[in-house]
Write a protein that binds this ligand. Sequence first.
Ligand SMILES: [Ca+2]
Length: 270
Amino acid sequence: MGGLLGWSGLMLSLVSICSAQTQKSGPGHTGGPPDCSYIQTFSPHGASGVYVIQPEGFKYSFQAYCEMGGHGTWTVIQRRTGGAVAFEREWAAYKNGFGFLTWDHWLGLEKISAMTKDTSRRWKLRVDLWDFEGGSAYAEYEDFRVGDESTNYRLSVGRYSGTAGDAIRGAYHGIDQNGFGFSTIDRDNDGCDPCLFGDIAVGECTEYERGGWWYSKCGSASLNGDWHPKGDNVGWFSGLHWLTWKGPGPYSAKATRMMITPMLPYQKMF
Ligand SMILES: [Ca+2]
């Protein structure tokens, strides 16, 4: 998984924690590259790392981690590799983003929405999952889009492909997360009250599944819950699970990554 678990990345991220916040750009500034693949197309660097981007029409430029991998260039929107960065956070944190860009982080719903809500461009989401036994799997979705805050950052995904299964549409009938708004411990958009976990009924999916996600009664995908260490990673509703990959007893992944890229590459104009 490349530098995903690298200590050098950790140290880098610790010194860059403050600069991970959004930066205000000047009035009328139309911004720089709108995403990582744009950077790779017009000024190839070849190296994964932190770059400044500014989605079209978005008022701020901000830093994001660009994965310049063998299967394309991607803007990373989520990464989990351990339990040091807490993902049990409220709406404002999920809106604005948190963590360390070169390490575990959530880019922020406002930024993800700004990148994907423009209907003139189609986006692809890739979800990478790693287990504790040396295995991995992935899921890709065409037409990934996150609405703005007025929609509670509603999730839209199109055609699925991959090896992990389509957990967003659910391992079980009737719990499709596609089309649902985001929920956090202080915002309930999960579509259930009560929400059932076996014989146990709770008011919100986040009470058991933790973190923040596009929960829908509560669904089969949840990657922002609590990270669980090897040997204690099976059976927790709260873990990083993708039930079409490993289930039905929830298996909490060792590491996860979510990243996006335009479905059609940018064209160089000569
Ligand atoms: Ca609820």
